[in-house]
Structures are given as C-alpha cells and as structure tokens.
Design a protein around this ligand. Structure first.
Ligand code: KET
Length: 397
C-alpha cells in the first residue's frame, strides 16, 4: 500500500536539534533551534508557570474538552496582551481570537481559512523567512512567493524594494510579516518603516498576516506588540498568530492563539464561526493545560509581574551574550565588522557563514547552527561563548 512513499528528509531545524542531542561530545553547543536556554544551558521552567500549575493541580478540576475556539479566559487575555485592554477594536468586538495549538496551529488554521474563503489569494513572505511559513501555506494549497527583505550587503532591510514589491501585489494577496525579532535574520523594520508600510498597506487591498512568536525578546512585551497595535489603529483587516512557546518557555505545551481583526463585530462573528469550523475539522479543540497556564500568568497580578521580570531577564541575558560574542570575535579578527551581532534583535543572528563553514563548525567544533548561517544566540552562555567565538573565528577566513 505504501511502498511508493518518498522518504521524509526531516525538518532542517528539528532534525538538527535531534542530531545535537545525540552528539556525545561534552563541549557541544546548540545554536540550532529557536529555544531560550538559561546560563546553565537548560530550558527554564518559569516560577510563574510553576505557580499557575500548582494552583491548577490544587483545584483538581476536571478536564473537559475546551470549546473549539479555546478557553474564554485565555482568548480575552490574549486580546488584552496584543492590542491593549482598552483598544477600540477590542471594545467593539471586532477581533475574532482563538486559542490554538501553538502559533503553528494558528498559522495553519488561518492558511486553511484563507484557502477556503479567499481561494484566489496567494501569499508573499519575506526573503528569507521561517521555512515552515512556506510549508504551512503550501500545505493549505496557497501559492507562496517572496518579497525582498534582507540585504546581505548592508545587513539591513531592502525597504525600498520591499515597498515596491508590496505596492504591486494583486488585490487580496496575503502579506506575511514578522511582528518583531525577525526569524532568521534578527533584522526588524524601524518604527518609522512600520508606519510607512502601514500607510502603503492601507492603500492596497491586501491582507497582512503577522507572526508574533518572540514577544518580549526585542524591546519588551508591550513594545514588541507595536506593529500589531499600529495595524489595529489603522483600521486594517489582518491576522495575527502569536506564541507563548518562547515568551513563557512552554514549548511542549503548544500554547498560542490566532486573531483576525475585522471591519465590524458582525464580520468578526462570522469569521470566528468559520475559523471554528476550520479547527473542528483539523484538531477539534486546543489543550486545557496550556489555557490554564497562559490565562493565569497573564491575568493574576503576582504571576503577571513575575512573568514580566522573567521575560526581561531572558532578553537581557541574550543581549549580554551578543556583546560577549561580538567582543571576542572583534578581538580575534580585528578589522572585520561584527556589529550585526549587536544590532540584530531577538533570539537570532544571521552570521553570513556559508553552509560549508556551518558544516565545519558542527563537525570539527561541535557547534550546531542551521545551514542558512542563522544562530540562536540564546544557546550561548558564559561557559561556552568564548569557545564558540573561537570556533567561528577559525572557520572565517
Ligand atoms: N513563527 C516563527 C517565526 C517561529 O520562529 C516559530 C518557531 C513559530 C512560529 C512556531 O512556534 P510555536 O508557537 O511553538 O508553534 N520557530 C523555532 C522552532 C521551530 O522551527 O519550530 C525555530 O525557528 O527554530
């Protein structure tokens, strides 16, 4: 029956992480996957998450199915987190929000919904982007293209070319945008560029689709929602998929949400109905444990303030690692410009290392990064950063 199956080559990010775990070398360094590790190289369990779980356990509640659209408490908390509690779109009921299976679940549900209700629409994402954006939209039957984004010559954004490309898209095109901490480059639009982009989007009949997977790792929790709020303020209709995997360090809980900001409350109600229909035929409903954690952490004041402090500490530790890596590389390779390690934001840096250099780093030095040259800076710590910088210097001619 299945002898004709093609072998699965594996996902470039997840397979590399597995290869890392199997590597017996004690000094190996994992810069592959977008996961925050603490200075001891562990995935932290935040105290606010432990406290939320302890309360849930003490209450001993049953575990019924959640509604298709997820927990009401979590959905409301997500809207307040992303848009601000008093935002007119929230107050007017113009936003359809669903709790989803990670933000990946949300991205895919949105893509399926687009295929069903805007069947002619095609998707444009940044060049480069997270590879799974393409896979998920193509998997939904939506054709995927790219718009210019990263400029290897300057390490910045090709903003003019990006604007030009977006200004020529067919009506109802989907424009996928990283709301903050661009993956894989770490290069974001400035606020001024966001404002320019939004006024362009307002002139075009296109559907922006924001991916907010690293909220808090750029400038702060509210600050990193800048693009989301700007689009909402401008009256645009758009999607935003957001994740708690990284910001609450709850990767395996699959905690995320999808919001569709609509033109009216009536439109939002229709949209919520059809998004629910999409979920029902995919995975029926999301998980109750993730909802319990996220809604408590976001809404119970002591947990919320502990979380905000944790996010700040994670962000600051990454910034400190950027500085150490930069300082060691500058000392070892004088005359070369490594300033991009300092200017890029969030978990990732785009090193410009070639696939051959990446292979050498892994084989000779046990330093794992994906072959695009992206490193997850959060895999660095005080115990491995110098060694990693020396290994990088060794493969850079
Ligand atoms: N969006 C982006 C931009 C992203 O980098 C990830 C995960 C996700 C969505 C998915 O998050 P979740 O809410 O857990 O479903 N990225 C890292 C892990 C992965 O590839 O799955 C990564 O790029 O390493």
């Amino acid at each position: 029956m299945f002898q004709h199956l093609e072998p699965y080559a594996g996902d470039p990010i997840l397979s590399l992480n597995e290869a890392f775990l199997e590597d017996p070398r004690p000094h190996k360094v994992n810069l592959s996957i977008g996961i925050y590790f603490d200075d001891a190289g562990r995935i932290p369990v935040l105290q606010c998450v432990r406290d939320a779980e302890a309360k849930m356990l003490a209450e001993g509640g049953a575990k019924p199915y959640l509604p298709i659209e997820g927990s009401p408490a979590m959905r409301e908390a997500v809207q307040h987190l992303l848009f601000g509690a008093g935002h007119p779109a929230v107050k007017a009921g113009r936003i359809a929000t669903l709790q989803t299976i990670g933000s990946s679940g949300g991205l895919k549900v949105g893509a399926d919904f687009i295929k069903r209700w805007l069947p002619e629409s095609q998707m444009w994402m940044s060049d480069p982007s997270w590879d799974n954006h393409r896979a998920m939209f193509e998997g939904a039957g939506v054709a995927v293209h790219t718009y210019p984004y990263y400029d290897p010559a300057t390490g910045g954004v090709r903003f003019d070319a990006m604007r030009e490309a977006i200004s020529r898209l067919p009506a109802r095109s989907v424009v996928l945008l990283h709301a903050c901490c661009h993956n894989p480059t770490g290069v974001d639009l400035s606020r001024e560029q966001w404002r320019e982009l939004v006024s362009l989007l307002q002139q075009r009949e296109v559907l922006p689709y924001l991916d907010l997977a690293y909220q808090g790792y750029g400038d702060g929790i509210a600050e990193d929602a800048y693009a989301v709020r700007l689009l909402a303020d401008s009256g645009l209709v758009f999607f935003v998929a957001n994740s708690f995997s990284k910001s609450m360090s709850v990767y395996g809980e699959r905690a995320g949400a999808l919001s569709l900001v609509c033109g009216s409350a009536a439109e939002a109600e229709l949209a919520l109905g059809q998004l629910k229909a999409t979920v029902r035929r995919n995975y029926s409903s999301p998980g109750i444990h993730a909802a319990g954690i996220v809604s408590r952490v976001l809404t119970e004041p002591p947990l919320r303030s502990a979380w905000e402090a944790d996010v700040a500490a994670m962000r600051e530790r990454i910034q400190a690692m950027r500085k150490s890596l930069h300082a060691t590389l500058c000392a070892m390779k004088p005359g070369r410009d490594f300033g991009y390690f300092l200017s890029q934001r969030g978990m990732f840096s785009y090193t410009g290392l070639s696939a051959a250099q990446v292979d050498r780093l892994r084989e000779e030095f046990g330093v794992y990064l994906i072959r695009s040259g992206r490193i997850c800076v959060a895999g660095l710590n005080t115990g491995n950063v110098e060694r990693t910088a020396r290994a990088m210097a060794a493969v850079i001619e």
